[in-house]
Design a protein. Structure first.
Length: 444
């Protein structure tokens, strides 16, 4: 019964469209599911959204009308059932079919249930999946196979080459890496890993040598991680996000400018590195993000953060220091590097987004640079993999600001990192990684 309710919650979230996470959260609250069924419903909803294009191809082979002409709820029932059959080996095929037919019967007439039964049983027998992509098939073949818009598939091929684009796309369709940032005042990462192991969870040190970072490979019953988060000992933060602060390398006593601070995830890591000495000046203009940032700052208790509401594209308010030691510009971007974490994001992005954001990034960078002292440093970061937002924006900044020069990030070329001259780009999907761009600048 509960598994059926989990499927119902997933269907409800999918049928509403819009913000998948918001609708799923509402559906889960109404269904009053336990942890295992909440996780199952989440996997169903997010997995179906991610693989929507490929699933439509599979389902369309067994319906006589164009898929788009089917009633919307029936479309989602068919996609939800097909996802379980084609992509979730641990779900019994008969359960996927029977429960999907029950959903169809509950919300429609007998003919709808009969259609769902016929289509899903054929899918269960034939297991149709889009053909494996080939270089000859190009972006369309990769997009169909990996359930991406053609323009994003084309971008990945252009950026990483065909073989690595395929690996990146497949990785982004898998589970993203789960990393925690630890409060090292409460013990080392090694000690934390040992404690997790005794509770059935498994964690390892991160790949970039970040002292605060551990990667959760197995949650166990989740209690050990949940306790660490509730006590303030740990916070969820991706490795690539933590890497930005690690490369910025703030030290006690530094005055830091944190531009486009968002909800304060990186801000709190900066504050932790300052160890109560120095200051972090945060610039953010989004009301909801400001509220979360202020709450995180108050909970941290270090009293080094100063939150200022301001538009980062124009001249800052007077209270922000004129000569900070280091600055982090976590620029607004298209988010192409993190679509693996956001199941519906790939369908909301537009091909014009990178060019649109590049002009914003140039303005933000210019304003931040004007507040850094001579010999100070600035780190420019995006969670985009697009050249227009990454090295093109960084190069344009250097051309317009001759008092600045690029400095090596110190990251070595590897399967997980692409060196772009002095800049670096993490490869999305590589062992669950996000795609982040990093450019380090020094003022003369």
């Amino acid at each position: 019964m509960r598994r059926s309710t989990a499927r119902s919650a997933a269907l409800e979230a999918l049928s509403h469209g819009g913000d998948a996470a918001e609708h799923l959260d509402r559906a889960l609250r109404r269904a009053d599911l336990g942890p295992a069924d909440r996780a199952f419903a989440t996997e169903l909803a997010y997995g179906t959204l991610k693989m929507r294009r490929s699933l439509e191809w599979s389902v369309s082979r067994f319906v006589t009308r164009p898929f788009a002409q089917l009633e919307p709820r029936l479309r989602w029932i068919l996609l939800l059932g097909a996802y379980q059959i084609l992509y979730l080996d641990r779900v019994p095929v008969h359960s996927a079919v029977d429960e999907s037919v029950t959903l169809a019967r509950t919300g429609g007439h007998k003919g709808v249930a009969g259609l769902a039964n016929a289509v899903l049983r054929k899918i269960a027998v034939e297991k149709p999946l889009p053909p494996a992509p080939t270089p000859e098939g190009g972006a369309q073949a990769l997009g169909l196979h990996a359930s991406l818009p053609d323009w994003i598939a084309h971008h990945l091929i252009e950026r990483f080459g065909f073989d690595d684009a395929v690996r990146a796309a497949q990785g982004m369709n898998g589970p993203p890496a789960r990393a925690l940032r630890l409060d090292l005042r409460r013990g080392s990462a090694q000690a934390f890993i040992a404690r997790l192991t005794t509770g059935g969870a498994k964690a390892v040190l991160g790949r970039y040598g970040i002292p605060e970072c551990v990667v959760i490979e197995r949650l166990g019953d989740g209690s050990a991680v949940r306790d660490a988060i509730e006590s303030g000992q740990a916070r969820w933060q991706s490795e690539e996000s933590q890497l930005a602060v690690h490369l910025l390398d703030p030290h006690p006593g530094d005055t830091v400018l944190d531009v486009c601070s968002g909800r304060g995830v990186k801000t709190m890591m900066i504050a932790g590195r300052l160890k109560g000495e120095g200051a972090v000046w945060c610039v953010e203009d989004d009301e909801k993000k400001l509220a979360a940032l202020s709450k995180a700052s108050a909970a941290d208790g270090s009293h080094v953060t100063h939150v200022i509401r301001a538009d980062a594209r124009v001249e800052y308010p007077a209270q922000i220091p004129d000569a900070v030691d280091i600055a982090l510009v976590d620029a607004p971007c298209s988010g192409l590097g993190v679509i693996g974490r956001q199941p519906d994001a790939r369908w909301r992005k537009r091909e014009t987004d990178p060019a649109r954001f590049a002009s914003v990034q140039a303005a933000v960078l210019g304003q931040a640079a004007g507040r850094v002292r001579p010999a100070g440093r600035l780190l420019y970061v995006t969670c985009s993999t697009h050249a227009l937002e990454d090295e093109a924006t960084a190069d344009a900044f250097l051309a317009a600001h001759p008092q600045w020069r690029a400095a090596p990030t110190g990251l070595a070329d590897s399967p997980a990192i692409r060196k772009l001259g002095d800049y670096a780009l993490s490869v999305p999907g590589w062992n669950g990684a996000d795609g982040f761009f990093y450019a380090s600048f020094v003022r003369s």
